[in-house]
Design a protein around this ligand. Structure first.
Ligand code: ADP
Ligand code: 5GP
Length: 205
């Protein structure tokens, strides 16, 4: 048995429903935390600094990069995004499981990093037309940004074959249950209870 927490890496084209699904998965599980990324993107309406993202300037981001403070980082849809190395490693060392919501470039970097074991999950939309509908219905991005995100979605979908698990977000509740099942299965593989706690078997005399 390994005492370290499990790092779950979740990727999906923008608009698939990652944020929606991750919130519901976290509500239904204990001992699972979400990694708050740093980004140079501007906050959307309703997004809070330190809750949804750490919103930083390009120069702050570059300074963190220079100090090697990112476990991974990438430029996505014209903005920089990165995962804090100290925040992740300290939580994993304490046995905490973490979900990272990162793009396919960042996921490939983590998959190639043997010093940080991880489990990769790709969340796919049921179709590109449904993805476009979700991006438009969310109404947080301009038409130009939606176009860019849809163009990138085609490239991102091509990366799905490199992920260990595939979850299709058609019906929300089905996707939530499937992702929770993946998390529970990986905990069992690591000899943990479905709650994430280590199994302590009582030896009867
Ligand atoms: P992401 O974080 O992947 O960019 P969001 O979670 O913001 O995506 O979801 C994009 C939009 O799609 C939101 O308006 C959300 O309510 C909606 N949505 C998410 N999952 C589903 C689903 N299974 N069916 C229909 N709409 C969905
Ligand atoms: P959004 O701007 O819609 O919140 O996110 C855009 C994309 O950036 C999504 O694919 C999301 O998964 C990705 N992303 C968010 N945080 C990170 C991160 O820390 N690293 C990387 N590589 N991608 C991230």
């Amino acid at each position: 048995m390994n005492d370290a927490g499990i790092l779950f890496v979740l990727s999906a084209p923008s608009g698939t429903g990652k944020t929606t699904i991750v919130k519901k998965v976290m509500d239904g599980m204990i001992n699972l935390s979400f990694s708050i990324s740093h980004t140079t993107r501007s906050p959307r309406a309703g997004e809070q600094n330190g809750v949804d993202y750490h919103f930083v300037s390009v120069s702050e981001f570059m300074e963190m990069r220079r100090k090697n403070l990112f476990l991974e980082w990438a430029e996505v849809h014209g903005n920089f995004y990165g995962t804090s190395r100290p925040a992740i490693l300290s939580r994993l060392e304490c046995g905490k499981d973490i979900i990272l919501d990162i793009d396919v470039q960042g996921a490939a970097l983590i998959a190639a990093d043997d010093s940080v074991p991880s489990v990769s999950v790709f969340l796919a939309p049921p179709s590109l037309s449904e993805l476009e509908r979700r991006l438009c219905q969310r109404a947080t991005d301009s038409n130009e940004i939606i176009e860019l995100r849809l163009k990138n979605a085609v490239k991102e979908m091509a990366a799905m074959e490199h992920y260990e698990y595939l979850v299709v977000n058609d019906e929300i509740e089905d996707a939530v249950t499937t992702l929770q099942a993946v998390i529970i299965a990986e905990r069992s593989r690591g000899h943990r209870l479905s709650s994430g706690e280590p199994v302590k078997l009582r030896v009867e005399k």
